[in-house]
Design a binder for this molecule. Structure first.
Ligand SMILES: C[S@@+](CC[C@H](N)C(=O)[O-])C[C@H]1O[C@@H](n2cnc3c(N)ncnc32)[C@H](O)[C@@H]1O
Length: 302
């Protein structure tokens, strides 16, 4: 059994020009699509905003999973470990393996687990899913949240995850679904279409960076091909009501500023200005909410 803590060699992320992400010794020719390390703070906030969906999946969706009996969870593409740590809270007897290709994000995951006094139950593994899975203990649960649209060959990764599950084990996948809403119905940014254009441009940029539309991926078909059974596929919603807690307000501001950076070449100066005002005012507004949709699939190894 592997020891908790960091596996695999040190990764020099201070090298000039180094961009973490899809760049390590490629078997495929896709360029680095996201600078994960630079996004670490945003990823932590994103993870926190997704927690209601994580709790839903744990409670309702991963049908038949007895979380008190779960011994090993692998969170692939764990990023900074917000969800991995939450899963450690649900599966009190389990070791959680947080697997990611970004060493700095795994360092955050270890710090988070330590702060939650769960350091002894979380281990991190630096690995690129595009290069196959490293040797790991078999898992009762594999979690793959917002990562499988980044891999070069999703069906091949699903086949590898299937092999990694024990018989009767469950895979949970969280993926993109519909647009995000934050504004009350009377807000002028809805009537003028500025919010809708931002959301549409963000979706377009993400699709271009990935080289495919993440909403059009054939998860149920690929899961079945990989051998999975009991496949469920639904849309789950994380709803954070107004008035938002400080973290939610911060998430709205970051979502808008990060979105504006992504779409700067395709948005009008007027839209950019009014949306920047929204980001600036998010901390003070009591009428903003957050509604995030995600597609959730679960499947079992018979
Ligand atoms: C959007 S984040 C999701 C983080 C977390 N699972 C969540 O849902 O909040 C995507 C994560 O996948 C990792 N990732 C992307 N491509 C990967 C690959 N080929 N192998 C391993 N990890 C990868 C990134 O480093 C990043 O931490």
């Amino acid at each position: 059994m592997e020891q908790p803590g960091h596996q695999h060699g040190h990764h020099d992320h201070h090298q000039p020009g180094h961009q973490p992400g899809h760049q390590h010794g490629h078997q495929h020719e896709r360029p680095a699509d996201f600078d994960w390390e630079a996004m670490a703070d945003s990823l932590e906030l994103d993870g926190m905003m997704l927690l209601p969906i994580v709790h839903d999946i744990v409670r309702e969706l991963a049908g038949g999973t007895d979380w008190s009996a779960v011994r090993h969870v692998i969170d692939v593409g764990s990023g900074p470990g917000v969800i991995a740590t939450a899963l450690a809270g649900h599966a009190q007897q389990a070791t959680i393996t947080a697997l990611d290709s970004s060493a700095p994000l795994l360092e955050r995951a270890r710090a988070r687990a330590a702060a939650a006094e769960m350091a002894d139950r979380l281990r991190t593994v630096e690995a690129d899913l595009d290069h196959g899975l490293p040797a790991l203990d078999e898992a009762d649960v594999i979690w793959a949240s917002m990562v499988l649209h980044h891999v070069a060959d999703p069906p091949a990764v699903l086949a590898a995850l299937y092999q990694q599950l024990r018989s009767g084990g469950t895979l949970a996948i969280v993926e993109f679904a519909g647009p995000t809403a934050v504004l009350p119905p009377h807000d002028p940014l809805l009537a003028t279409g500025a919010w809708g254009r931002l959301e549409a441009h963000i979706a377009q940029v993400i699709g271009e960076r990935l080289g495919s539309d993440p909403l059009q991926m054939h998860w149920p078909q690929w899961l079945a091909q990989a051998g999975f059974t009991d496949i469920t596929d639904r849309v789950a919603v994380a709803h954070h009501a107004a008035p938002l807690a400080p973290q939610g307000r911060q998430w709205v501001a970051k979502r808008v500023t990060r979105g504006l950076q992504m779409v700067s070449e395709r948005i009008t100066a007027h839209d950019a200005a009014v949306l920047a005002e929204l980001a600036d005012s998010a901390a003070a507004r009591d009428d903003l909410f957050v509604r995030i949709e995600r597609r959730v699939l679960t499947a079992r190894r018979a």
